[in-house]
Write a protein that binds this ligand. Structure first.
Ligand code: ADP
Length: 501
């Protein structure tokens, strides 16, 4: 039985995982890099261990060091969160070899789904529809030209090892194919050490809709419905919601069945996500499987009423999944906004730095998963995600109003954030009507990236905002003075823990 969990991650997801562990009475262990000494996950955990310098290859991706710490502190399980080592089959295998429970799928399942070409083959065998395209990796430019003649333009060149939108190229003209393949290969080689690429038909005006699945080690697999993730920037999700405004009950049921079959096809256990791309006529195709907890998992937790991290831990423990498909329902509507430290008006340039002031939104139906606090310095080394703001309401319309209200309450000074950009989205007709696809941000760029959004009120608001900033600065000076003489609770608990090196 799992008693002590090491969380091999940082930031908001490490804190979120530890919260569930604590509710289950499990001891939590944090690991941290040089840059993360003062991070909330370190302060939150029962124990914290330093694992190396700030760059993630030397810390959060250092398998040997993390295993060494787990053995030293007597952790019987490791939760990898998302990103970093969460989809690394070597890490999952290494845990198994050392007798440590990996809270995630088997190395075989990670391997089967980690490579997109292999995953597509598994899906075709299981009868899950895949995007039309090549069955194997592209070995010559002639072969690529032959393929596009067969399936027609436009096409996507995609890296088989791809992730995070890297190694992907959209091709509209035959003349672009050779350079697109070269560019995708080179990007894939640099990012993943594997330059295998394949071709997929480009689905016009697509929707990204994914299904959450849970499977135990005894063959019981269920889905927990969908998440609509079509508000994207550069193929990366910005806002997610559930239920999807696009799906009909019939298509939802069909896709859910395919998602369960997809997981069963690779003997999957744990939590996972089957991603589909869906066209306007509700034709859907398997895109990929993520063999881990997703960033956007809280909206499913809220609408279905399940703690996915607790379920992951129970499954890893070998327990039977108690949830039954026929008993699961989607109740109400949930939306998540990803809040980044970035300058949305300057090509989304990351904006790390000192958080001078933060006040998080509260109130009915608001969940806040974050990790920064006043006086915390967001490091330059990692993804600049500050928090996830999740709202729930009985209807979609009310959820949008609630998200708008919550975003307006949310104040951060010291770094630039995407809060205002997200608030604007709540007012855009395509979003409000639920008639958007993955081109939403580019289609609405005139509203999203220009100040006239404020209309006539803009000038007045600008003056008020300058005045508020001025008052904030005076307040901050006072606080800085005061904090020299006192220590915050977080700082205090951090000291008590006397970080072990
Ligand atoms: P990654 O693993 O890098 O995140 P995915 O295969 O999950 O890549 O695709 C990410 C996004 O790229 C999708 O959500 C979608 O917006 C776009 N995309 C991927 N494949 C296609 C396709 N065949 N047609 C249209 N858009 C696509």
């Amino acid at each position: 039985m799992i008693k002590k969990v090491l969380v091999a991650n940082r930031g908001e997801i490490a804190v979120r995982v530890m919260r569930s562990c604590r509710e289950m009475g499990l001891v939590t262990v944090a690991v941290f890099s040089d840059a993360d000494r003062k991070s909330l996950h370190v302060r939150y955990a029962d124990e914290a261990y330093h694992i190396g310098p700030s760059p993630s290859v030397q810390s959060y991706l250092n398998i040997e060091k993390i295993i060494e710490v787990a053995k030293k502190c007597g952790a019987d399980a490791i939760h990898p969160g998302y990103g970093f080592l969460s989809e690394n089959k070597k890490f999952s295998q290494r845990c198994a070899d050392e007798g440590i429970i990996f809270i995630g799928p088997s190395p075989q399942a990670i391997s089967a789904m980690g490579d997109k070409i292999t995953a597509r083959k598994h899906m075709m065998k299981a009868g899950v529809p895949v995007v039309p395209g090549t069955e194997n990796k592209i070995t010559s430019e002639e072969e690529a030209i032959q393929t596009i003649t067969e399936i027609g333009l436009p096409v996507m060149i995609k890296a088989s090892a791809g992730g995070g939108g890297k190694g992907m190229r959209l091709v509209h003209k035959k003349s672009e194919i050779v350079s697109a393949i070269r560019a995708a290969r080179s990007e894939a080689h640099t990012a993943f050490g594997d330059d295998a690429v394949y071709i997929e038909k480009y689905i016009d005006s697509p929707h990204h809709i994914e299904f959450q699945i849970l499977a135990d080690k005894h063959g019981h697999t269920i889905h927990l419905f969908e998440r609509e993730c079509s508000v994207q920037r550069r193929h990366q999700k910005v806002i997610e919601e559930t239920p999807s405004p696009l799906l009909t009950p019939e298509i939802r049921e069909e896709m859910g069945r395919h998602a369960v079959n997809a997981a069963k096809a690779v003997n999957y256990y744990g939590a996972g996500t089957i991603e589909f791309i869906v066209d306007d006529n509700l034709n859907y195709y398997f895109l990929e499987m993520n063999t881990r907890l997703q960033v956007e998992h809280p909206i499913t937790e809220r609408v279905v009423g399940v703690d996915l991290v607790k379920e992951q831990i129970r499954i890893a423990n070998g327990e039977h999944l108690k949830l039954k498909q026929e008993e699961l329902r989607q109740f109400g509507h949930a939306i998540e906004c990803r809040i980044y430290a970035e300058d949305t008006n300057n090509n989304f340039m990351p904006s790390p730095g000192l958080i001078r002031h933060i006040s998080e939104p509260l109130g009915l139906g608001v969940r806040y998963d974050g990790y920064v606090y006043e006086g915390y310095e967001i490091p330059i080394y990692y993804d600049p995600l500050i928090s996830k703001l999740i709202v729930w309401a009985q209807t979609r319309e009310e959820a949008i109003r609630r998200m708008r209200r919550a975003l307006h309450e949310y104040k951060i000074t010291g770094v630039k954030t995407s809060i205002k950009f997200l608030a604007r989205i709540m007012d855009i007709p395509d979003f409000k009507n639920g008639t958007y696809n993955t081109h939403f941000i580019e289609n609405n760029s005139d509203i999203l990236f220009q100040d006239p959004y404020c209309g006539e009120r803009c000038e007045t608001l600008a003056i008020i905002s300058t005045f508020i900033d001025y008052l904030d600065k005076i307040e901050m000076k006072k606080n800085e003075q005061a904090s020299r003489n006192s220590v915050s609770n977080w700082k205090e608990s951090g000291k008590r823990k006397a970080l072990r090196n």
